[in-house]
Design a protein around this ligand. Structure first.
Ligand code: ZN
Length: 413
């Protein structure tokens, strides 16, 4: 049973942090932490800044799981945890957030500098303020409220800050879990606040499988005034893009647990081909992001794609090389009755007054690493879902509300 007077004290304490939370957001936002796969120099400086702040805020125990990566200046992809002992330490409530961000994309689509966070109409704007700093900051101040009130949580509290979420994850959570197999206990409550819905009512327990592919089309380069001398790789690739649309019909299964309820197959990134207009490109590279219902085997999807590309190769006399950039067959879902789901439901209903339900999404969050190893992880956040967009923003009330949800879970028996 939760002592409601204690929760009221904690809640009031969290409310008093509003400005401090915004300030921490500003500081984090000002240090872009883009991974090397996305053209950045990694999370090192942001992690150092954060750790310094955590010390100032009263956190004492830190443990590092830094992965080596010589593609970044520091040579390090930082991962670290901080823990606070509870009354009963047989289990730990973990909140796991990621340090890295995606690049801002087209700067002209932003109303202001994406790395100078600002407040407008109750929202914070800036790259990373929602994904994943909203809940990173929320989890920190939820735990700080216990420190400042001199209260001990029911179970131990674990905050984990990881690198490399936006790309492969190999240097982030995956690295931590393989370096220290005992770090997370199978009784622990594992919360990953990195996806959700506007009402805060979606607790994500299942994810689609993820398949990212690159398509390299090889034709023959020549002068654009004499196309007969070459073979336009861009034309063939464009034709291929339209043909890939039929994958939706080949893999049509529907499952209402997920939003959207079907598999998705979206062409996304495109590498530059030739630098000038008057050359026919001999090579063209584009990428596709597929989120596939777990019922399907990813190898079957790749085989179907190969059938489509074989036809294009024949028709346009090109070669098409398909390489998987990310291949993650979805593990079995977390049970809708798992303790972490029930804990979230109780806290969400108390803080936000909504009845949360367990569902599935198409995003590849960190929960899949846990589920693969048999942990019951849940993904939850109250968010307007504008991660990765221009003018990314976070409703400040969500940051405070989510902190209260975490704090309430820290108080649960
Ligand atoms: Zn994220």
């Amino acid at each position: 049973m939760i002592d409601e007077n204690i929760f009221k004290r904690i809640s009031a304490r969290i409310d008093s942090y509003r400005n401090e939370m915004i300030e921490l957001q500003r500081g984090l936002c000002a240090i872009p932490a883009v991974g090397p796969d996305n053209g950045g120099d990694g999370e090192f400086l942001k992690a150092n800044f954060l750790k310094e702040k955590l010390r100032e805020l009263g956190f004492k125990n830190f443990k590092h799981y830094d992965a080596q990566d010589n593609r970044v200046k520091s040579g390090i992809r930082p991962n670290f945890i901080t823990t606070i002992a509870g009354k009963n330490n047989s289990k730990c409530v973990w909140v796991i957030t990621h340090l890295d961000i995606v690049p801002p994309g087209e700067i002209k689509l932003w109303s202001q500098d994406p790395y100078k966070a600002y407040v407008k109409n109750g929202y914070l704007f800036g790259r990373g303020v929602e994904d994943n700093q909203q809940d990173m900051v929320a989890s920190i101040f939820a735990a700080k409220a216990f420190i400042d009130e001199g209260l001990t949580s029911s179970h131990s509290i674990g905050l984990s800050f990881v690198a490399d979420e936006e790309t492969s994850g190999q240097m982030g959570l995956y690295y931590m879990m393989t370096t220290d197999e005992e770090l997370f206990g199978h009784n622990d409550l594992i919360i990953i606040p990195d996806s959700g819905n506007h009402q805060g009512s979606l607790i994500e327990i299942a994810e689609k499988s993820m398949l990212w592919l690159s398509f390299k089309t090889i034709g023959k380069q020549c002068h654009a005034s004499k196309p007969q001398l070459g073979n336009n790789a861009f034309t063939a690739a464009s034709y291929l893009v339209t043909k890939l649309a039929k994958l939706k019909k080949t893999f049509p299964k529907f499952n209402a647990l997920y939003d959207p309820p079907t598999s998705t197959f979206e062409p996304t990134k495109k590498d530059q081909n030739v630098a000038n207009i008057n050359t026919i490109p001999g090579e063209d590279i584009f990428y596709m992001d597929c989120r596939i219902l777990p019922d399907y085997n990813l190898d079957d999807v790749i085989n179907e794609i190969k059938k489509i590309t074989a036809k294009i190769e024949k028709k346009f006399k090109v070669n098409i090389e398909i390489s998987p950039v990310h291949f993650l067959q979805s593990p079995p879902p977390t049970s809708p009755d798992a303790p972490v789901v029930l804990a979230l439901q109780e806290a969400i209903s108390h803080v936000y007054g909504v009845k949360a339900f367990a569902g599935g999404v198409g995003a590849g969050t960190l929960a899949s690493y846990f589920r693969k190893k048999g942990y019951q992880a849940a993904v939850w956040s109250k968010t307007d879902q504008n991660a990765h967009q221009a003018d990314e923003n976070c409703l400040i009330d969500n940051m405070l509300g989510d902190a209260k949800v975490f704090a309430r879970i820290f108080l649960q028996d």
